[in-house]
Design a protein around this ligand. Structure first.
Ligand code: NDP
Length: 298
C-alpha cells in the first residue's frame, strides 16, 4: 500500500516515519513539500502521489498564538484538511487525521465519548473541530483520532521542560486542576499503523471519530511529579524533589487560550474497533523518558 504522510517533522509525523514503513511504502512530506497554506497544493499532491492512505499529522498547534492568528489556524487546521479530504474522496483514498480533546469545553468529570457535544474554548479547539466537520462532510473514507497531551523525545515538550526546570530550581508550581492522559506520539503512530494494516486487509474500521489516549488519568502536576521521580530513579540529579512540585490552579497561570479542565477521553470505541489494549500513561511516559534520558542529567 502506498502511504502519504503529511506533517512529517512534527512529534507524530516523526513517529509515523519510524513505524509506517512496516505497513506500506511511505512518501513523507514536510512544510516545504506540502504547505497547507497554499490553496490547491494538497489536491495536486494527492493527484501526483496516488496514495491508498493519507495520514495528516500537520497542524497549527501553537494553542496560545492561535488566538492572535485565527485565520491562519483555520486555514491549516480546517480549510486545508477539508481540501485534502475532498481530494482523498476523489481519489478513493483513506484519510487518517488527528484531532484534540480541546474540541470539548472541559466540563464535568466523566470521560468524553465521541458522540458528546463539542464546545471548544479556544481558536485552536474551534479550528480543529471545524476540520473534523469538513472531513466528515467530504465523503472520504476517514479515521479521525482525537488525542491529548502528546509527548515525544526531543522538541520543546512538557517532559523535557519539567526535567530542565527541576534540575535548575528549588521549587516548581504546576497546574493541578486539568485532568487528562499524556499520550506518546509513538503510541499514536502504533495505533495508526494497526489501522492501516486493517485497511490493507479489507477489515477497515468504520469511518468516523475515535478517541485515542493512554489509559488512566492524571493532572499536569501528577505528570510532572511522575517524570521527575522517574528521572531521579534513573540517576538524574534534580534540585526539585517530586514533593516540591507545588499544586496550583489553572488561574495561577493566565494564558491567552482557555484550556479544558476535563480532558478525559473514553477510548472504548477505538479499543473495540482495533482489538487493542492501550498502555497506562505511566508506561507510555517511561518510553519517552527512555529516549530522552540517554544519559543522566547533571
Ligand atoms: P507538532 O506541532 O509537533 O507538529 C505539527 C506539524 O505541522 C509540524 O511539523 C509543522 O511543520 C506542521 N505544519 C504547521 N503548519 C504547516 C503548514 N502550513 N504546512 C505544512 N505543515 C505545517 O504537532 P503534533 O505532532 O504534536 O500533533 C499532531 C496532531 O495531533 C495534530 O493534529 C494536533 O492537533 C493533534 N494533537 C496534538 C496534541 C499535542 O499535545 N501536541 C494534543 C492533541 C491533539 P514545521 O515542523 O515546519 O513547523
Amino acid at each position: 500500500m502506498k502511504l502519504l504522510v503529511l506533517g512529517r517533522d512534527g512529534q507524530v509525523g516523526t513517529a509515523l516515519q519510524k513505524l509506517l514503513p512496516a505497513v506500506g511504502d511511505v512518501v513523507a512530506l514536510g512544510r516545504e513539500g506540502a504547505d497547507f497554506e497554499v490553496p490547491g497544493r494538497l489536491a495536486e499532491i494527492v493527484k501526483r502521489e496516488r496514495p491508498d492512505v493519507i495520514i495528516n499529522a500537520a497542524a497549527y498547534t501553537a494553542v496560545d498564538k492561535a488566538e492572535r492568528e485565527p485565520e491562519r489556524a483555520a486555514r491549516i487546521n480546517a480549510g486545508a484538511p477539508g481540501e485534502l479530504a475532498e481530494a482523498a474522496a476523489k481519489a478513493g483514498a483513506w484519510l487518517i487525521h488527528y484531532s484534540t480533546d480541546y474540541v470539548f469545553d472541559g466540563s464535568g468529570d466523566r470521560p468524553w465519548v465521541e458522540t458528546d457535544a463539542t464546545a471548544p474554548l479556544s481558536v485552536y479547539g474551534r479550528t480543529k473541530r471545524d476540520g473534523e466537520v469538513l472531513i466528515g462532510k467530504s465523503g472520504a473514507k476517514h479515521l479521525i483520532f482525537r488525542t491529548s497531551w502528546v509527548h515525544a523525545p526531543g522538541g520543546n515538550n512538557f517532559i523535557a521542560k519539567m526535567l530542565k526546570l527541576a534540575a535548575e530550581r528549588d521549587e516548581l508550581k504546576v497546574i493541578d486542576d486539568q485532568v487528562g492522559a499524556p499520550t506518546s506520539a509513538l503510541l499514536i503512530a502504533e495505533v495508526t499503523a494497526k489501522a492501516i494494516e486493517l485497511i490493507g486487509e479489507g477489515r477497515a474500521p468504520a469511518s468516523g471519530i475515535y478517541h485515542l489516549a493512554a489509559a488512566g488519568e492524571t493532572t499536569w502536576n501528577g505528570y510532572a511529579r511522575f517524570a521527575i521521580a522517574d528521572a531521579m530513579a534513573r540517576g538524574a540529579r534534580m534540585k526539585v524533589t517530586p514533593e516540591r512540585v507545588l499544586k496550583v490552579p489553572t488561574t495561577a497561570f493566565p494564558t491567552p487560550a482557555q484550556r479544558p479542565l476535563n480532558s478525559r477521553l473514553s477510548t472504548g470505541k477505538l479499543r473495540e474497533a482495533l482489538s487493542i489494549v492501550l498502555p497506562d500513561w505511566q508506561d507510555d511516559v517511561r518510553l519517552t523518558l527512555d529516549a530522552l534520558i540517554a544519559e543522566p542529567t547533571s
